[in-house]
Design a protein around this ligand. Sequence first.
Ligand SMILES: Nc1ccn([C@H]2C[C@H](O)[C@@H](COP(=O)(O)O)O2)c(=O)n1
Ligand SMILES: [Zn+2]
Length: 165
Amino acid sequence: MKKRREDYIGWDEYFMGIALLSAKRSKDPSTQVGACIVNKENKIVGVGYNGFPKGCSDDNFPWDREGEFLETKYPFVMHAEQNAILNSIKKLSDCTIYVGLFPCHECAKSIIQSGIKEVVFLSDKYDGTDSNKASKMMFDSSGVVYRKLNLSEIKIEISFKEEDI
Ligand SMILES: Nc1ccn([C@H]2C[C@H](O)[C@@H](COP(=O)(O)O)O2)c(=O)n1
Ligand SMILES: [Zn+2]
């Protein structure tokens, strides 16, 4: 009897992989973030990536990081976590959100209020900033747990070639 493959990816790699693939849709030239929300049955209930709201053209709104506030992307851009929550089916209690970057304080509030109970992230590059501290204070107080994945050894290649399917 032929045995099953052993080198299949685990749930963490799978869901974070989907978050990273979603990030590839982002038009932000500096930072692309993706998020994937999963329920207790390991079913995906929402995905999203950072970008401007509907009706706000990727070509007419600014992608700049510096300058006058209204000339930067910051007042306009929706974060990946917000989009994943808004794109999801509405019952998110006890779900887990996989996101490339640790959530900012605004996303932390949405995550908590949506009922999501776990945050899994790859990078915490803003650790120590006030926004990051506020996120952690709110998560700790509300019982939302967070954990960092260390998948730096893993590289997944996807081929769209017909002959590779
Ligand atoms: N957890 C996060 C953090 C940031 N984003 C988005 C928002 C911006 O489009 C970009 C950050 O811009 P930067 O200041 O690094 O140029 O990433 C997000 O979606 N989720
Ligand atoms: Zn955010």
